[in-house]
Design a protein around this ligand. Sequence first.
Ligand code: MTE
Ligand code: MO
Length: 449
Amino acid sequence: MSHTRRNFFLLAGGALAAAQDPKNMVVRSARPEDLEMPLSGFADYLTPADHFFVRTHVYVPAVNMSEWRLKVEGSVQTPLTLAMDDLRKMPAVELIAVTECAGNSRSFFNPHVPGLQWGWGGVANARWRGVRLAEVLQRAGVRPSAVEVLLDGADEPIGTMQDFRRSIPLRKALHPDTILAYEMNGEPVPLKHGFPLRLVAPGWASDSWVKWVTSLNVLDKPWDGFWMKNAYRKPDHAVAPGTSLTPEQMVPVTSLRVKTVIASPAANWARPGEPVRIAGVSWSGDAGPVTSVEVSTDAGRTWKAARLYPGQKTKYGWRQWDFSWTPEREAYYTIMARARDAAGDTQPLAQEWNPGGYGWNVAPSLGIRVQAQAPEAANPPVSPAHPEPPPGFRASCLQCHGTDVIEQQHLTRAQWDREITKMTGWGARVNAQDRELLLNYLSGAFGAK
Ligand SMILES: Nc1nc2c(c(=O)[nH]1)N[C@H]1C(S)=C(S)[C@@H](COP(=O)(O)O)O[C@H]1N2
Ligand SMILES: [Mo]
């Protein structure tokens, strides 16, 4: 591992300048690294690299540019092997687009769902530059029988885990806005974000935005590999909260939905007669862009138009907005915000639930106490001591990730039971005789709140 990491530092020189300082970020998982942007990050229109959320299933791969190639194969007339120079010689396109993890805001679902417990910041907005995926595919000559493109990145699975690969339908692959990006915000795509080449699938959740792309495989049949069959799926209809569904009962997550984050005010109280700046960002997916944002300061009884920042009219980027509000009298106010997109879609007022915790987009609300006196500081929460883990815990659970992802789960015994089964499917080795002890430990120490 350390050998690989050393290589990666030596070889990727330039791109490292934009390396991240985790100080600016919420660490959802230290190993592998999953970092969330704090609310303050929404003040930027384009998200700088040191605030850009990171989601890695395994580890950042070593990249040696003298050996790096992109392979195009499968259902094509002429398989290709391209170097970065070949791609840079092709016509370049540039666009601004939001990338949002399908599971962003998962922590807000009730009942609680397993997975990384993202708050608001599993999302970023950036300017991407690269070559159209369609251009590359046309060079290879896509056969008429083709239906999908399977993308693979240079990241290697750990132990018995499955390699991260994702396929997209040919329609999305050939869309003129779908690009293989080599630049993010005017710099080479940073290592953590897919250096030297990542897919940009504007409007779609970022599980399709494959990083470190080295292979395009044109397929005549939809890919039924692990990462399409088991992950990033949700029911195509509303289900009762808490319903347990098999992957076959669900469909892949694709387009994002219209969504808003209230990033300001950060304080939960204000003084009567003093203006409060309510501000945030809104974005949408295939149905974008956002065309208006409304704010309510009376729990949704009445709504007023927020001011959209000028100069941000793009097809796939987010829009920043603000609204000045001066509460007249002491009371508890509920601030809400909701956006509407070009297709006329708006945000729901109650969130529909799904087992993966994908697509959270309910109109957000924020309570604010208006009073003349500053409230007393609340006591910081005390984190509980955990009992000793049973034998087998380390070997079964800590091969691929650290304990922080486990501690944030808070699952019922039935959910932990399903989680162990799921992780076994993902490659974890759990001895039959250790399973019960493991389940006791997990549901005891990290049970439902
Ligand atoms: N090769 C590869 N690509 C990947 C992933 C990965 O683990 N490996 N994670 C995906 C997921 S789930 C997300 S949310 C985004 C995160 O991109 P970012 O780290 O640049 O924010 O990358 C996607 N592309
Ligand atoms: Mo994701």
